[in-house]
Ligand binder design. Structure first.
Ligand SMILES: *Cc1c(COP(=O)(O)O)cnc(C)c1O
Length: 481
């Protein structure tokens, strides 16, 4: 399997290991496999049986289709997935006896299910991909005898998922910038309570955008970047999308009795990473009926799927909402989908995305019927919708099922759009305890915490406050490398 850039059909084809540590392709595009492996009916049955053995086994068979053995041998790949997808790491299931399934289903009613993707150490679905990334990075760095200094900015979930995945890994350090005093107490406690030698929490005196600007400036200094092997783990990383394909298969197998059935997935969407994996699973031949995309008030993608016009907003036009991980107005993985819509014509993709910089929008209005054939449908949700949905599910299930705000966006849109007899699996992307304030607003009670998190705010915190200043951040990196 070779990889290409969405913007350059004729540029060099690369192997998995060559793109694993890379961000954007040099031409500004995103990396994608040349073709999506096709799953035959026989093979789908083999995968179903593998999923009954273990999630790791299913992941192994699917990942092998995308990673040549020259890059990672079958034996090593198996070790990596077995180390990643264990019930000890994904242990925070609603029904602890189901933790062995890694991403178990919870039934809301006959045709509506939740797929628990947030049972990992940071209680958000980003662990599903990030934990694999940590082990892949460690393997590849050791193989080529390289080091990596991950530099990132976070307003919450991504930073902690990255730190929990990379902590204690050989040849890797993480320098994570966060806005000083701006994260929730729980998020801050999660990140800053880590005490591993290779994790550096830098609290910048400024806002998230300031932290992000420092990261851009440091990464933009080519000499510094090369000297200190600066890398990223942002959501455009191909391996993150790849890891997410696996749980669509697992969700399908858990929700159906045989491979003649079809189901739909509803996905709370921000950067289009999660649902992009669903799109690829469908293109590989997984019997997915529809992909139901849910946004919050930041509805750039809902607007696109309704009108064919893609119009990213500026950060000043982005609303701060109670589903904060979806407060995104420029979907960084969207180009991967548009590449398929434009029938893999990279010259066209390049034209659309380069013009986007100047015109701030593009239109695929004449392709709305083509869009429909990919099975997408969309809707949006508001703060009031989230509160009502959380309360409704909680009451309907006699207090057994409490969902978080992002999952609520998807449940709301899924129930609005559901056809008669359509079976929908809603991807549960975070746990309610992370959003205590909104949960109290919705049901009038505090969500119950697992004992592992009971006292998290009182643990000693490890971080360094830094000025909103590029030079100071560079000095810290130099000192610690
Ligand atoms: C990141 C995140 C999302 C959005 O996922 P994308 O892949 O960016 O579309 C949704 N919910 C939660 C809880 C998240 O952390």
């Amino acid at each position: 399997m070779k990889y290409i850039s969405t913007r350059g059909q004729n540029s060099q084809k690369l192997s998995f290991n060559q793109i694993l540590l890379a961000g954007l392709a040099p031409d500004g595009g995103l990396y994608l496999p040349e073709t999506y492996p096709q799953i035959s009916a026989d093979e789908l049955q083999v995968l179903r049986e593998a999923s009954q053995k273990s999630y790791a086994e299913l992941a192994f068979l699917l990942l092998q289709k995308f990673i040549d053995s020259d890059d990672i041998s079958a034996q090593d790949l198996r070790k990596i997935v077995e180390k990643t997808y264990t019930p000890q790491i994904y242990k925070y299931s609603r029904l602890p006896e189901n933790a062995v399934q890694i991403t178990p289903l919870t039934k809301i009613n006959e045709n509506l299910y939740l797929q628990e993707l947030s049972n990992g150490p940071t209680l958000a679905f980003k662990d599903m991909a990030m934990q694999l990334l940590g082990n892949l990075f460690e393997f590849v760095l050791q193989k080529y005898n390289r080091q990596l200094n991950i530099l990132g900015a976070t307003s919450g979930d991504t930073g902690s998922a990255a730190e929990y995945a990379m902590k204690g890994k050989k040849n890797i350090r993480v320098f994570m910038l966060s806005p000083h005093g701006k994260m929730s107490d729980f998020q801050r406690a999660q990140m800053y309570s880590l005490n591993d030698e290779n994790i550096f929490n830098l609290a910048v005196k400024g806002m998230f955008d300031d932290a992000q600007d420092i990261v851009k400036a440091v990464s933009g200094d080519a000499e510094f970047k090369a000297k200190y092997a600066i890398g990223a783990v942002n959501s455009i990383n191909w391996a993150r999308v790849l890891a997410q394909i696996v749980y669509y298969f697992q969700g399908y197998f858990l929700a159906t009795a045989n491979n003649n059935q079809k189901i739909s997935f509803a996905v709370p969407t921000g950067n289009f990473g999660n649902i992009c994996a669903g799109h690829i699973a469908k293109q590989m031949g997984l019997p997915i009926e529809r992909l139901i995309l849910a946004t919050n008030e930041n509805d750039v993608l809902d607007e696109f799927f309704k009108s064919g016009i893609y119009r990213p907003r500026k950060s000043a036009e982005t609303f701060v909402t109670s589903s904060p991980s979806m407060d995104i107005s420029k979907a960084s993985n969207f180009e991967r989908f548009i590449y398929d819509v434009l029938e893999k014509n990279s010259a066209e993709v390049k034209k659309y995305f380069e013009n986007l910089v100047e015109n701030q929008q593009f239109s695929l209005q004449d392709k709305l019927t083509d869009l429909a054939k990919f099975g997408f449908i969309s809707g949006k949700s508001s703060h009031q919708d989230r509160l009502q949905t959380i309360k409704k599910i909680y009451q309907q299930t006699q207090g057994k099922i409490l969902i978080d705000t992002h999952t609520a966006d998807a449940v709301k849109v899924a129930t609005d759009l559901q056809n008669a007899d359509e079976k929908i699996v809603v991807l549960e992307t975070a746990q309610a305890v992370k959003f205590e304030k909104t949960i109290i607003e919705a049901i009038g009670e505090k969500p119950i915490r697992h004992s592992d998190f009971a006292n998290i705010e009182n643990l000693p915190q490890h971080f360094e406050v830094v000025e909103n200043n590029v030079a100071d951040v560079k000095k810290i990196i130099e000192k610690n490398c």
